[in-house]
Write a protein that binds this ligand. Structure first.
Ligand SMILES: [Zn+2]
Length: 313
């Protein structure tokens, strides 16, 4: 067993837990799609399980080991053999919780595109240093390094899962998955639903819009499963495109965060604002959030150690 600290909880997680409750499973002709939403990271990352009659395929893992353990138990209890884990991209919140899954299913193949393998291999250590003050022993000491994913589809029993590589959007290298029998698109972090997205890698809304439009090559799309936030119908994709168009207009190059963030918050008042400010990293540095213009209403909802550089309770 992988040892983890007692799981920690924050009052601020209530909004994210509500996503988990709203994330429903899809089913068609015996193929089921289940969502697991991370409960302890504070950012509600989604990972996905496709369940056939005897086998299962997992897309992404949770971020933290505690969530990975819960998911591994769920996968064990559903009685299928987990054959593959496919990664949408190389950000820590979608692969650092892999170890409990691999431990529960030692024969599972973890697969990703070559740039994602390279990203995990070369950036794991710096990401660990970056996030360790916030998550402590909930992070793995070593990454699970994926093997190479080739081709443009894979089969779970008789069910096809198609892939598409994206042009740069939330990060340089990412892919989406489409399940024709469910008419479902698993977008990874191409879409943050009902929350402001994470822009720290590229901050390129024009390319992001292009990536969102490109996935419409899959047809029909009746179910959309984002990397963060609740799943829904095709309107989830339309809303993501609309958000990016507004962002492109408001957050012009050279406009500082403290100026455009309140405008974006006002344009999308129902969206979770965490990423809008958290884009700068796990804390706000020695100066604290005030000089960046982070409103008190935001800092009040974040775990205290986020502001103070302390480890999680
Ligand atoms: Zn993510």
């Amino acid at each position: 067993m992988i040892k983890t600290n007692k799981l920690f909880t924050y009052p601020a997680l209530i909004i994210f837990i509500s996503f988990q409750l709203s994330a429903c499973a899809a089913e068609s002709n015996g193929l089921q799609l289940e969502v697991y939403t991370g409960q302890y990271s504070g950012i509600g990352e989604n990972s996905f399980t496709l369940l056939g009659e005897n086998e299962a395929i997992q897309i992404d893992s949770p971020w933290l080991l505690g969530d990975g353990e819960i998911l591994a138990e769920r996968l064990k209890s559903n009685g299928r053999e987990l054959t593959h884990i496919l990664l949408t991209h190389g950000h820590p919140d979608h692969y650092m919780g892999l170890a409990p899954l691999v431990e529960a299913f030692p024969d599972v193949q973890v697969l990703a595109r070559q740039p994602v393998i390279d990203e995990i291999s070369t950036q794991f250590q710096s990401k660990w240093v970056h996030w360790e003050p916030l998550y402590g022993s909930q992070l793995p000491i070593q990454p699970v390094i994926p093997e190479l994913l080739i081709g443009n589809n894979i089969f779970l029993e008789d069910y096809e899962i198609q892939f598409m590589d994206l042009i740069p959007a939330e990060t340089m290298d990412a892919m989406v998955f489409y399940i024709p029998s469910l008419e479902a698109l698993i977008t990874g972090d191409l879409i943050f639903a009902q929350m402001h997205p994470y822009f720290a890698d590229l901050n390129n809304p024009a390319s992001w819009i292009g990536a969102l439009e490109s996935v419409q090559a899959f047809s029909p799309i009746n179910l959309v499963y984002p990397g963060h936030g609740p799943n829904g119908g095709p309107e989830v994709l339309d809303e993501a495109i609309n958000y990016m168009q507004v962002y492109q207009d408001v957050a012009q190059p050279g406009v500082p965060l403290r100026e455009f963030a309140p405008i974006m918050a006002a344009r999308f008042p129902d969206y979770s604002p965490t990423f809008l400010w958290w884009t700068r990293g796990p804390g706000f540095g020695i100066a604290g959030p005030g000089p960046l213009g982070v409103p008190e209403a935001i800092t009040d909802t974040l775990p205290p150690h986020l502001m103070q550089g302390e480890p999680p309770p």
